[in-house]
Design a protein around this ligand. Structure first.
Ligand SMILES: [Ca+2]
Length: 151
């Protein structure tokens, strides 16, 4: 194969792999949510989503929050909380999504985050709270909840 042909094929391959999914995502603009009703701790939720080729959910705007709440209601869920990817495990008082973005939009339940401490563990991970409130609450990352993956 001539070097130029090889280079051309290589660039098609690279563009095909790198750009297509991104384009598709941008065009679609809405995320796809997959709800999982198995109770796992936060770290396990991250791993489970990754193993399915997805990410534990991030909520970057009011629109995304509304879309997510609709998905939960449509699935007949809401009694048990769902893990989101927001946490302050490494950053002290600042919450970050798993994609590295700082948490800006929030939908806390009144009085949250209350950063409770129990048995030396602090509440550092954010859930969409159950009891049909579907507002945000900080919870112990070791707590076992349902989780939502996004793609
Ligand atoms: Ca809390």
């Amino acid at each position: 194969m001539k070097p130029l042909t090889f280079l051309l094929l290589l660039s098609i391959f690279v563009f095909g792999v790198d750009l297509k999914p991104e384009n598709r995502r941008n065009k679609r603009k809405t995320k796809e949510y997959h709800l999982y009703t198995t109770r796992v701790n936060w770290t396990e939720a991250v791993k489970q989503c990754e193993s399915k080729g997805m990410e534990l959910v991030s909520i970057l705007s009011r629109d995304e929050n509304n879309a997510l709440i609709s998905s939960i209601k449509e699935a007949g869920q809401g009694k048990i909380g769902f893990w989101t990817s927001a946490n302050r495990i490494e950053e002290g008082d600042t919450y970050y999504w798993n994609n590295g973005e700082k948490v800006t939009f929030t939908d806390w339940e009144r009085g949250k985050p209350d950063k409770r401490i129990k048995g030396g563990e602090e509440e550092q991970c954010i859930e969409i709270k159950g009891f049909n409130t579907l507002k945000w609450n900080d919870n112990f990352c070791s707590h076992k909840l349902y989780y939502i993956c996004e793609i």
